[in-house]
Ligand binder design. Structure first.
Ligand code: MRU
Length: 343
Protein backbone atom coordinates (compact mmCIF):
# COMPACT_ATOMS: atom_id res chain seq x y z
CA UNK A 1 0.00 0.00 0.00
CA UNK A 2 1.42 3.37 -1.06
CA UNK A 3 0.11 6.68 0.30
CA UNK A 4 1.19 8.52 -2.84
CA UNK A 5 3.09 7.84 -6.03
CA UNK A 6 4.31 9.89 -8.94
CA UNK A 7 3.06 8.20 -12.11
CA UNK A 8 2.68 9.39 -15.72
CA UNK A 9 3.20 13.05 -14.82
CA UNK A 10 0.61 13.07 -12.07
CA UNK A 11 0.48 12.57 -8.31
CA UNK A 12 -1.65 9.55 -7.40
CA UNK A 13 -3.01 9.83 -3.88
CA UNK A 14 -4.65 7.02 -1.94
CA UNK A 15 -7.98 8.62 -1.03
CA UNK A 16 -7.95 8.35 2.77
CA UNK A 17 -11.49 9.69 3.14
CA UNK A 18 -12.73 6.42 1.64
CA UNK A 19 -10.69 4.01 3.76
CA UNK A 20 -11.19 1.34 4.93
CA UNK A 21 -14.24 0.70 2.73
CA UNK A 22 -12.58 1.54 -0.59
CA UNK A 23 -8.95 1.49 -1.70
CA UNK A 24 -9.02 4.09 -4.40
CA UNK A 25 -6.34 6.35 -5.91
CA UNK A 26 -7.13 9.85 -7.19
CA UNK A 27 -4.84 11.38 -9.81
CA UNK A 28 -3.87 15.04 -9.30
CA UNK A 29 -2.59 16.74 -12.42
CA UNK A 30 -2.45 20.31 -11.10
CA UNK A 31 -1.32 22.14 -7.96
CA UNK A 32 -4.97 23.14 -7.36
CA UNK A 33 -6.05 19.49 -7.33
CA UNK A 34 -3.32 18.69 -4.79
CA UNK A 35 -4.39 21.67 -2.64
CA UNK A 36 -7.96 20.41 -2.73
CA UNK A 37 -6.84 16.89 -1.77
CA UNK A 38 -4.94 18.26 1.25
CA UNK A 39 -7.86 20.47 2.34
CA UNK A 40 -10.41 17.68 2.02
CA UNK A 41 -7.99 15.24 3.75
CA UNK A 42 -7.73 12.76 0.91
CA UNK A 43 -4.11 13.00 1.95
CA UNK A 44 -3.44 13.80 5.61
CA UNK A 45 -0.86 13.41 8.34
CA UNK A 46 1.91 15.99 8.70
CA UNK A 47 4.76 14.40 6.67
CA UNK A 48 2.38 13.16 3.94
CA UNK A 49 0.90 16.66 3.62
CA UNK A 50 4.45 18.05 3.22
CA UNK A 51 5.43 15.54 0.56
CA UNK A 52 2.14 15.95 -1.34
CA UNK A 53 2.52 19.75 -1.31
CA UNK A 54 6.06 19.41 -2.67
CA UNK A 55 4.76 17.30 -5.58
CA UNK A 56 1.91 19.80 -5.93
CA UNK A 57 4.38 22.62 -6.37
CA UNK A 58 6.31 20.59 -8.94
CA UNK A 59 3.01 20.07 -10.80
CA UNK A 60 2.32 23.79 -10.55
CA UNK A 61 5.74 24.46 -12.06
CA UNK A 62 5.05 22.10 -14.98
CA UNK A 63 1.82 24.01 -15.63
CA UNK A 64 3.52 27.40 -16.05
CA UNK A 65 3.96 28.63 -19.62
CA UNK A 66 6.62 31.29 -19.24
CA UNK A 67 10.17 30.82 -20.56
CA UNK A 68 11.59 33.48 -18.29
CA UNK A 69 13.17 32.02 -15.09
CA UNK A 70 12.44 35.19 -13.11
CA UNK A 71 8.74 35.11 -14.01
CA UNK A 72 8.70 31.38 -13.35
CA UNK A 73 10.03 31.79 -9.80
CA UNK A 74 7.58 34.63 -9.08
CA UNK A 75 4.61 32.54 -10.22
CA UNK A 76 5.94 29.53 -8.37
CA UNK A 77 5.90 31.52 -5.14
CA UNK A 78 2.19 32.32 -5.74
CA UNK A 79 1.41 28.63 -6.19
CA UNK A 80 3.36 27.87 -3.03
CA UNK A 81 1.22 30.41 -1.12
CA UNK A 82 -1.94 28.77 -2.47
CA UNK A 83 -0.74 25.33 -1.28
CA UNK A 84 0.32 26.78 2.08
CA UNK A 85 -3.22 28.07 2.69
CA UNK A 86 -4.69 24.55 2.88
CA UNK A 87 -4.04 23.46 6.47
CA UNK A 88 -2.41 25.63 9.14
CA UNK A 89 -1.13 23.35 11.90
CA UNK A 90 1.27 20.77 10.43
CA UNK A 91 4.57 22.57 9.96
CA UNK A 92 5.80 19.96 7.46
CA UNK A 93 3.63 21.69 4.85
CA UNK A 94 5.49 25.00 5.22
CA UNK A 95 8.83 23.23 5.67
CA UNK A 96 8.44 21.33 2.38
CA UNK A 97 7.19 24.35 0.41
CA UNK A 98 10.04 26.53 1.75
CA UNK A 99 12.52 23.84 0.72
CA UNK A 100 11.04 23.67 -2.79
CA UNK A 101 11.00 27.45 -3.29
CA UNK A 102 14.56 27.77 -1.94
CA UNK A 103 15.70 25.01 -4.30
CA UNK A 104 14.30 26.93 -7.28
CA UNK A 105 15.85 30.17 -6.02
CA UNK A 106 19.31 28.65 -5.55
CA UNK A 107 19.35 26.44 -8.65
CA UNK A 108 22.02 27.32 -11.15
CA UNK A 109 19.63 26.30 -13.94
CA UNK A 110 19.57 28.47 -17.03
CA UNK A 111 16.21 27.47 -18.40
CA UNK A 112 12.68 27.06 -17.10
CA UNK A 113 12.62 23.51 -18.35
CA UNK A 114 15.65 22.67 -16.16
CA UNK A 115 13.97 24.34 -13.19
CA UNK A 116 10.86 22.20 -13.67
CA UNK A 117 12.95 19.01 -13.58
CA UNK A 118 14.88 20.21 -10.52
CA UNK A 119 11.61 20.82 -8.66
CA UNK A 120 10.36 17.32 -9.38
CA UNK A 121 13.68 15.86 -8.21
CA UNK A 122 13.42 17.86 -4.98
CA UNK A 123 9.87 16.63 -4.34
CA UNK A 124 11.11 13.07 -4.86
CA UNK A 125 13.99 13.72 -2.45
CA UNK A 126 11.57 15.02 0.21
CA UNK A 127 9.46 11.88 -0.21
CA UNK A 128 12.42 9.46 -0.08
CA UNK A 129 14.05 11.23 2.86
CA UNK A 130 10.80 11.01 4.84
CA UNK A 131 10.78 7.25 4.31
CA UNK A 132 14.38 7.04 5.55
CA UNK A 133 13.61 9.26 8.55
CA UNK A 134 10.74 7.01 9.56
CA UNK A 135 12.99 3.95 9.47
CA UNK A 136 15.43 5.79 11.77
CA UNK A 137 12.62 6.83 14.11
CA UNK A 138 11.62 3.16 14.22
CA UNK A 139 15.15 2.05 15.12
CA UNK A 140 15.57 4.64 17.89
CA UNK A 141 12.05 4.19 19.20
CA UNK A 142 12.29 0.41 19.32
CA UNK A 143 14.87 0.73 22.12
CA UNK A 144 12.14 2.21 24.32
CA UNK A 145 9.66 -0.61 23.74
CA UNK A 146 9.83 -3.47 26.25
CA UNK A 147 9.08 -7.05 25.24
CA UNK A 148 5.36 -7.69 25.58
CA UNK A 149 4.47 -3.97 25.69
CA UNK A 150 0.85 -2.93 25.45
CA UNK A 151 0.92 0.33 23.53
CA UNK A 152 -1.74 3.01 23.20
CA UNK A 153 -1.75 5.22 20.10
CA UNK A 154 -4.01 8.05 18.98
CA UNK A 155 -5.03 9.14 15.47
CA UNK A 156 -2.92 7.78 12.61
CA UNK A 157 0.81 8.40 12.50
CA UNK A 158 1.43 5.46 10.19
CA UNK A 159 2.47 4.73 6.63
CA UNK A 160 -0.65 6.58 5.49
CA UNK A 161 0.41 9.77 7.28
CA UNK A 162 3.92 9.74 5.84
CA UNK A 163 5.90 8.60 2.81
CA UNK A 164 5.74 5.11 4.35
CA UNK A 165 6.40 3.05 7.53
CA UNK A 166 5.12 5.83 9.81
CA UNK A 167 6.38 7.68 12.88
CA UNK A 168 4.46 6.38 15.92
CA UNK A 169 3.47 3.30 13.89
CA UNK A 170 7.08 3.18 12.63
CA UNK A 171 8.17 2.58 16.23
CA UNK A 172 5.46 -0.05 16.60
CA UNK A 173 6.40 -1.69 13.26
CA UNK A 174 10.08 -1.77 14.21
CA UNK A 175 9.26 -3.44 17.55
CA UNK A 176 7.10 -6.00 15.77
CA UNK A 177 9.74 -6.62 13.07
CA UNK A 178 12.36 -7.36 15.72
CA UNK A 179 10.11 -10.07 17.15
CA UNK A 180 8.74 -8.29 20.20
CA UNK A 181 5.39 -9.63 21.25
CA UNK A 182 3.61 -6.27 21.39
CA UNK A 183 -0.07 -5.36 21.40
CA UNK A 184 -1.52 -2.06 20.22
CA UNK A 185 -4.61 -0.27 21.50
CA UNK A 186 -5.86 2.25 18.92
CA UNK A 187 -8.08 5.16 19.96
CA UNK A 188 -10.80 5.51 17.33
CA UNK A 189 -10.07 9.28 17.21
CA UNK A 190 -13.26 11.24 16.69
CA UNK A 191 -14.36 13.22 14.82
CA UNK A 192 -12.84 11.76 11.64
CA UNK A 193 -11.95 8.32 13.04
CA UNK A 194 -8.36 8.15 11.78
CA UNK A 195 -7.67 5.56 14.51
CA UNK A 196 -10.52 3.25 13.56
CA UNK A 197 -10.40 3.76 9.80
CA UNK A 198 -6.65 4.09 9.20
CA UNK A 199 -4.50 2.91 12.12
CA UNK A 200 -6.57 -0.23 12.73
CA UNK A 201 -6.58 -0.89 8.97
CA UNK A 202 -2.80 -0.57 8.63
CA UNK A 203 -2.11 -2.77 11.66
CA UNK A 204 -4.61 -5.45 10.68
CA UNK A 205 -2.96 -5.58 7.22
CA UNK A 206 0.48 -5.99 8.80
CA UNK A 207 -0.86 -8.61 11.26
CA UNK A 208 0.26 -6.54 14.25
CA UNK A 209 -2.12 -7.31 17.14
CA UNK A 210 -4.45 -4.33 17.53
CA UNK A 211 -7.51 -3.67 19.66
CA UNK A 212 -9.75 -0.77 18.75
CA UNK A 213 -11.22 1.35 21.58
CA UNK A 214 -13.27 4.52 21.64
CA UNK A 215 -11.44 7.62 22.84
CA UNK A 216 -13.23 7.71 26.18
CA UNK A 217 -12.03 4.20 27.15
CA UNK A 218 -8.30 5.00 27.44
CA UNK A 219 -8.45 6.06 31.11
CA UNK A 220 -10.28 2.89 32.10
CA UNK A 221 -7.66 0.72 30.41
CA UNK A 222 -4.83 2.60 32.12
CA UNK A 223 -6.49 2.26 35.52
CA UNK A 224 -6.82 -1.48 34.93
CA UNK A 225 -3.06 -1.71 34.21
CA UNK A 226 -3.65 -2.62 30.56
CA UNK A 227 -1.36 0.02 28.98
CA UNK A 228 2.45 0.14 29.37
CA UNK A 229 3.18 3.19 27.23
CA UNK A 230 1.66 5.60 24.72
CA UNK A 231 3.25 6.71 21.46
CA UNK A 232 1.76 9.32 19.13
CA UNK A 233 2.86 11.42 16.17
CA UNK A 234 3.02 15.22 15.93
CA UNK A 235 1.97 18.00 13.60
CA UNK A 236 4.31 20.58 15.08
CA UNK A 237 6.79 20.54 17.94
CA UNK A 238 8.03 23.90 19.20
CA UNK A 239 11.51 24.79 20.51
CA UNK A 240 10.45 24.11 24.12
CA UNK A 241 9.10 20.62 23.30
CA UNK A 242 5.38 21.45 23.28
CA UNK A 243 3.55 19.15 20.84
CA UNK A 244 0.57 19.87 18.59
CA UNK A 245 -1.14 16.68 17.49
CA UNK A 246 -4.64 15.39 16.77
CA UNK A 247 -7.33 16.60 19.15
CA UNK A 248 -7.45 14.25 22.14
CA UNK A 249 -3.68 13.76 22.35
CA UNK A 250 -3.48 16.12 25.33
CA UNK A 251 -6.11 14.04 27.12
CA UNK A 252 -4.03 10.90 26.54
CA UNK A 253 -0.91 12.67 27.89
CA UNK A 254 -2.74 13.83 31.04
CA UNK A 255 -4.05 10.31 31.60
CA UNK A 256 -0.53 8.89 31.18
CA UNK A 257 0.80 11.33 33.79
CA UNK A 258 -1.94 10.34 36.25
CA UNK A 259 -1.16 6.64 35.77
CA UNK A 260 2.62 6.99 35.62
CA UNK A 261 2.79 5.68 32.04
CA UNK A 262 5.49 6.93 29.60
CA UNK A 263 4.10 9.23 26.91
CA UNK A 264 6.29 9.29 23.77
CA UNK A 265 6.05 11.49 20.69
CA UNK A 266 7.60 10.24 17.43
CA UNK A 267 8.37 12.77 14.69
CA UNK A 268 10.95 13.59 12.02
CA UNK A 269 12.98 16.81 12.28
CA UNK A 270 10.74 18.33 9.56
CA UNK A 271 8.00 18.48 12.25
CA UNK A 272 10.12 20.51 14.67
CA UNK A 273 9.54 24.24 14.40
CA UNK A 274 12.47 25.91 16.14
CA UNK A 275 11.11 29.32 15.12
CA UNK A 276 8.25 29.03 17.60
CA UNK A 277 9.12 29.24 21.30
CA UNK A 278 6.05 27.50 22.65
CA UNK A 279 2.88 25.67 21.71
CA UNK A 280 0.84 28.80 22.49
CA UNK A 281 2.05 30.16 19.14
CA UNK A 282 0.85 27.19 17.04
CA UNK A 283 -2.17 27.96 14.84
CA UNK A 284 -4.86 25.39 15.57
CA UNK A 285 -7.07 24.47 12.64
CA UNK A 286 -10.82 24.56 13.19
CA UNK A 287 -12.84 22.42 10.83
CA UNK A 288 -16.47 22.26 9.75
CA UNK A 289 -19.23 21.37 12.21
CA UNK A 290 -20.46 18.51 9.98
CA UNK A 291 -17.44 16.47 11.10
CA UNK A 292 -18.81 16.50 14.65
CA UNK A 293 -22.52 16.25 13.85
CA UNK A 294 -22.00 13.20 11.65
CA UNK A 295 -20.07 9.93 11.75
CA UNK A 296 -18.79 8.70 8.38
CA UNK A 297 -21.63 10.43 6.54
CA UNK A 298 -24.37 9.52 9.03
CA UNK A 299 -25.92 12.50 10.88
CA UNK A 300 -25.96 11.92 14.67
CA UNK A 301 -26.90 15.34 16.11
CA UNK A 302 -29.79 17.80 15.88
CA UNK A 303 -29.62 20.09 12.86
CA UNK A 304 -29.01 23.45 14.51
CA UNK A 305 -26.78 22.43 17.38
CA UNK A 306 -23.76 24.66 18.03
CA UNK A 307 -20.45 22.90 17.42
CA UNK A 308 -16.78 23.52 18.25
CA UNK A 309 -14.33 21.50 16.16
CA UNK A 310 -10.63 22.18 16.80
CA UNK A 311 -8.64 19.59 14.83
CA UNK A 312 -5.56 19.62 17.10
CA UNK A 313 -4.51 20.29 20.66
CA UNK A 314 -1.18 21.11 22.29
CA UNK A 315 0.43 18.84 24.85
CA UNK A 316 2.78 20.81 27.10
CA UNK A 317 6.37 19.55 27.19
CA UNK A 318 6.21 18.55 30.87
CA UNK A 319 3.84 15.71 29.93
CA UNK A 320 6.17 14.35 27.21
CA UNK A 321 8.53 11.60 28.44
CA UNK A 322 10.67 11.75 25.28
CA UNK A 323 10.56 12.82 21.64
CA UNK A 324 11.73 10.11 19.24
CA UNK A 325 13.29 11.75 16.18
CA UNK A 326 15.24 10.42 13.21
CA UNK A 327 18.36 11.86 14.89
CA UNK A 328 17.83 10.11 18.20
CA UNK A 329 15.68 10.17 21.33
CA UNK A 330 15.40 13.63 22.89
CA UNK A 331 14.56 13.94 26.58
CA UNK A 332 13.89 16.97 28.77
CA UNK A 333 15.17 19.65 29.11
CA UNK A 334 13.80 20.08 25.55
CA UNK A 335 14.84 23.68 25.00
CA UNK A 336 18.51 22.65 25.23
CA UNK A 337 18.27 19.13 23.90
CA UNK A 338 16.25 19.89 20.76
CA UNK A 339 18.83 22.52 19.84
CA UNK A 340 21.55 19.84 20.03
CA UNK A 341 19.99 17.66 17.31
CA UNK A 342 20.10 20.60 14.90
CA UNK A 343 23.74 21.48 15.58
O1 MRU B 1 -5.91 15.82 10.72
P1 MRU B 1 -4.87 14.80 10.38
O2 MRU B 1 -5.43 13.44 10.14
O3 MRU B 1 -3.95 15.28 9.30
O4 MRU B 1 -4.00 14.70 11.71
C1 MRU B 1 -2.93 13.80 11.75
C2 MRU B 1 -2.24 13.73 13.05
O5 MRU B 1 -2.59 14.40 13.99
C3 MRU B 1 -1.02 12.86 13.11
O6 MRU B 1 -0.88 12.30 14.39
C4 MRU B 1 0.22 13.70 12.80
O7 MRU B 1 0.05 14.42 11.61
C5 MRU B 1 1.45 12.89 12.72
S1 MRU B 1 1.53 11.93 11.26
C6 MRU B 1 3.00 11.10 11.24
Amino acid sequence: METMKWEDGSLKLLDQTKLPLEVNYVACKTAEEVADAIKSMKVRGAPAIGAAAAYGLALGGFGLCTDDPVDFKRELKQISDMLAATRPTAVNLFWALRRMVDTAEKASANSVSELKDILLQEAEAIFMEDLEMNRSIGRFGNELIPEGARILTHCNAGALATAGFGTALGVIRAAHETGKNIQVFADETRPLLQGARLTAWELVQDKIPVTLITDNMAGYLMKKGMIDLAVVGADRITANGDVANKIGTYTVAVLCKEHNIPFYVAAPISTIDMKLDSGDDIPIEERESIEVTSVFGQVVAPKDVKVFNPAFDVTPNELVTAIITDRGVVRPHYKENLLKIFS
